[in-house]
Design a protein around this ligand. Structure first.
Ligand SMILES: Cc1cc2nc3c(=O)[nH]c(=O)nc-3n(C[C@H](O)[C@H](O)[C@H](O)COP(=O)(O)OP(=O)(O)OC[C@H]3O[C@@H](n4cnc5c(N)ncnc54)[C@H](O)[C@@H]3O)c2cc1C
Length: 498
């Protein structure tokens, strides 16, 4: 009896379940490769993967191999941005570092275009591909806290929310972004801004060590003492060198209750609020995170300007930190109140994945000059008023007190990450929206100094070397050593042939 037929009978199903490795799903375990698999190389060439080689990969994994046609494949191939709709030839869902190494060996030996997915939040869709291998880390999620030593051990596929949940239970915390279903893997390897970053540095500044499978399929520990070049490069150059299977984060003691709130102003106050923020955001203490959102929501709702504050320090100094906001007068709504930090970190989540298609552009600013303020106002007036936003995520503080060459992340001067984004219904045509954002960004970009690699798209490809500033030459050397064939190219790519 063929294996698939055997598994379809009830007795066969029970027997098969008993024999399965514990982490493998039944659907994938039944996978029998009955054909060669068409694929695409990293340089875009068509390839054919032999059936027996693919079967061997499937048999070697403790986790799953998914191919088109497998029901689990349809969910696994998706990323958050609904405008990205790609079909990898193979999806590996590793159960651990050994599976990651097997997947990397297979992808490298077959020259496959290779994507690594953690939270799938890359708005440019860098975590998926057509015709290649997706290494989907979504089954590789675990957080262990060592409270005595104030360290969290976080698997490479984990989401931010789990990290906050586990660490805060011990009164400890590390830096995470503001949406809890963002991946630790992507956010940390590129930077990691968040409500605590002015206090404790970027997420990557809090990485004490990591385990990483590089393009040769070897698992390496990287820290200040071991493989220090990898440790340096991964902290800012995204997934250029391999797949991080585990992060060790330094933790900090913090009260679970912070003071937080959002003040909402009508769009007519845009200039006042921008001028206030230009000054205020350069003067806040490290314990205060002040982000600004200029939002044109869907039709029917008025455009607004939102000042979002989170104060995580000593409560006796909170008023002094935030009292200047009263200069803006009474907001439409908004107040500061004691807030559970973990709940706040989830407050921007959206439960429905792929509810929106979106596109964004971003860049770092060191000040909101009068010229930038004029440009923002002009852009917001020109813009098709549908679901567009300009967001200033505040930087500065502890982020800026790290030397530019201490990690690969070079933008220590930044005071804000300015993001222009638009969302639309997935069934609407994409091009019109992308064109509108690109045209607005052409006006805003001259006011920025470099971009956040986690927001880079293909337009940024020729600017990657300049963006890493003085760190690029060292990064190129590390790339040549750990990924000479550019297996990991779906990122703000350091091209080893350059
Ligand atoms: C709604 C939303 C909110 C955001 N908020 C913030 C924020 O507050 N602060 C901030 O700094 N950024 C924020 N970002 C940007 C975010 O940092 C990037 O989108 C980041 O790439 C997301 O990581 P991910 O793991 O979810 O992405 P994925 O799409 O899974 O991966 C993105 C990139 O990271 C690489 N990668 C992922 N995991 C690993 C790993 N384990 N090892 C090696 N490489 C890996 C992938 O290869 C890919 O190139 C936000 C994005 C969105 C969509």
């Amino acid at each position: 009896m063929r294996r698939r037929q055997f598994c379809q009978s009830a007795a066969g199903m029970a027997a098969a379940t008993a024999l399965l490795p514990y982490s493998r799903t039944l659907a994938a375990a039944m996978l029998e490769i009955d054909r060669d698999v068409e694929a695409i190389s990293g340089t875009g060439k068509e390839l054919m993967l032999g059936r027996s080689e693919v079967q061997e990969l499937a048999n070697g994994l403790l986790g799953d191999l998914l191919l088109p046609g497998n029901p689990a494949y349809e969910t696994a191939r998706l990323v958050r941005n609904a405008s990205i709709d790609k079909y990898p030839a193979l999806i590996v869902q590793p159960s651990g570092a050994t599976d990651v190494a097997l997947a990397v060996d297979f992808a490298r030996d077959h020259h496959l275009v290779t994507a690594v997915k953690c939270g799938g939040h890359s708005s440019a869709g860098k975590s998926t591909c057509n015709g290649g291998m997706m290494i989907d880390l979504s089954r590789f999620r675990h957080v262990r806290v060592d409270p005595a030593n104030k360290i969290a051990y976080v698997s490479g596929g984990s989401l931010l929310g789990a990290m906050d949940h586990e660490t805060m239970a011990h009164g400890l915390v590390t830096v995470a972004g503001t949406v809890s279903h963002t991946g630790v893997g992507g956010l940390t390897t590129g930077g990691g801004f968040g409500r605590l970053a002015r206090r404790y540095g970027l997420a990557l500044d809090n990485v004490k060590a990591m385990d990483i499978v590089s393009a040769d399929g070897k698992l390496r520990h990287a820290s200040a003492e071991q493989n220090p070049d990898l440790y340096w490069g991964v902290r800012g150059a995204g997934g250029n060198f391999g797949v991080v299977t585990s992060f060790e984060f330094n933790l900090h003691e913090m009260s679970r209750t912070v003071l937080a709130g959002s003040f909402v102003y009508p769009i007519e106050r845009l200039r006042d609020v921008l001028e206030f923020y230009a000054e205020f955001s350069l003067q806040t203490p490290d314990e205060l995170a002040a982000d600004l959102v200029l939002a044109y929501p869907p039709a029917g709702k008025p455009p607004v300007v939102i000042l979002a504050l989170c104060y995580s320090g000593d409560k006796s100094r909170a008023d002094a930190a935030m009292s200047a906001v009263s200069k803006l007068g009474k907001p439409m709504v908004g107040e500061i109140r004691p807030t559970d930090y973990v709940a706040l970190q989830k407050s921007g989540d959206s439960d429905a994945p792929r509810v929106n298609a979106s596109y964004l552009k971003g860049g770092f600013t060191s000040e909101l000059t009068p010229a930038l303020i004029d440009t923002i106002i002009a852009v917001m007036q020109q813009h098709p008023r549908r679901r567009s936003m300009i967001i200033f995520q505040q930087a500065g503080g502890a982020i800026g007190r790290v030397a530019t060459n201490a990690t690969a992340f070079a933008h220590r001067y930044a005071q804000h990450n300015m993001v222009l984004t638009m969302a639309w219904q997935p069934d609407e045509p994409r091009d019109e929206h992308v064109k509108a954002i690109k045209s607005s960004w052409a006006q805003l970009m001259p006011h920025t100094h470099g971009f956040y690699v986690n927001e880079a798209d293909d337009d940024n490809a020729s600017l990657v070397d300049k963006n890493y500033q003085g760190n690029y030459a060292r990064l190129l050397g590390i790339k040549k050593r750990y990924d000479p064939t550019n297996l990991f190219r779906l990122n703000a790519n350091i091209d080893p042939t350059a």
